[in-house]
Write a protein that binds this ligand. Structure first.
Ligand SMILES: [Zn+2]
Length: 242
C-alpha cells in the first residue's frame, strides 16, 4: 500500500493488534520424555520414543528445566506466577499430532499479567502481556513428491514433544512498527535470559498477529484477522501494514 493511502486510512481507522509468539525453549531434552532436542540436521524420526510418538500407555514426565525457563520469562516481564498449575488437553486431530491432543495449559498459565517496554520511532511503548504458558510442539509435515512423481506427505516426529512457550500480548499494539519492535525486543529478552535461541529462520520463534480495525473514537473491536507463519521481523511489519 502506498504510504499516502495508508496514512489516509489511518486518519479514520485505528488498528487493534495482539501478538502471539511460540518459541522453542533451550532445553537438552523434550517436554515429557528424555529424547534429545538436538535433532536439527539429523535423520527424520531419529529422535523419538513411545512418549513423543504418542503411543498408548506411554507415561509423560515433566521437564523441570522447561518449567524454570517459563518462570524466568515471567519474572523478566514482571508477570505473576500461580500457586499451583496444571496441564490441559487441547483436543484436535491432525497427522502431526498422533495422540489426538496437545498437552498445553489453559486456565492456569505459568505466567500472567506482565508487560514489555520497547523503543519505537515515537518513543518508548509498553504492551501488556496476557500470559505465557508451556506446551509441547507438534511433529513436522513434509510435503513432496515420490519416485513416480506422485504427491505425498511425510511426518517427521523429531520435533514432536519439544517444549514450546506461548506468549500472548494484550490487544494494546496499534501500529505495524510497534508489532515488529515488540517481536524484536522479545527475541532479545529470550536470548538474554537463555530461555531460547529464538532464531526465526530455524522456526524457534514463530509470530502470529491478530489484527482488527475500528473507527477512531469507538471502543468496540472490529472483526479479527489472524496472520500466521511470518518468518521475519520485516514480514511481521509488512503483513500488518497490509
Ligand atoms: Zn521422546
Amino acid at each position: 500500500m502506498p504510504a499516502s493511502a495508508l496514512s489516509t486510512a489511518l486518519d479514520r481507522y485505528e488498528a487493534v493488534i495482539g501478538i502471539e509468539v511460540h518459541c522453542q525453549l533451550k532445553t537438552a531434552s523434550k517436554m515429557f520424555c528424555a529424547c534429545s532436542t538436538a535433532y536439527d540436521g539429523h535423520r527424520p524420526n531419529s529422535h523419538v520414543c513411545p512418549v513423543c510418538l504418542g503411543l498408548p500407555g506411554a507415561l509423560p514426565v515433566i521437564n523441570r528445566r522447561a518449567v524454570e525457563l517459563v518462570l524466568a520469562t515471567g519474572a523478566a516481564i514482571g508477570a505473576s506466577t500461580p500457586e499451583a498449575t496444571r496441564w490441559d488437553r487441547k483436543n484436535y486431530f491432525y497427522p502431526d499430532l498422533p495422540k489426538g491432543y496437545q498437552i498445553s495449559q489453559y486456565d492456569l498459565p505459568l505466567a500472567s499479567a506482565g508487560t514489555l517496554t520497547f523503543d519505537t520511532s515515537d518513543g518508548p511503548f509498553t504492551t501488556g502481556i496476557t500470559r505465557a504458558h508451556l506446551e509441547e510442539d507438534t511433529a513436522k509435515l513434509v510435503h513432496g513428491e515420490g519416485p513416480a512423481g506422485e504427491r505425498l506427505s511425510l511426518v517427521d516426529f523429531n520435533r514432536s514433544g519439544a517444549p514450546l512457550m506461548e506468549i500472548v500480548t494484550d490487544p494494546d499494539i496499534r501500529t505495524a512498527e510497534q508489532a515488529r519492535r515488540y517481536a524484536e525486543e522479545l527475541q532479545l529478552l529470550l536470548r538474554t535470559i537463555g530461555a531460547s535461541d529464538a532464531d526465526m529462520e530455524r522456526g524457534q520463534l514463530r509470530v502470529e498477529a491478530n489484527v482488527s480495525l475500528r473507527k477512531r473514537g469507538t471502543e468496540a473491536f472490529g472483526t479479527r484477522v489472524e496472520v500466521k507463519n511470518m518468518n521475519s521481523f520485516r514480514s511481521v511489519e509488512r503483513a500488518i501494514e497490509f
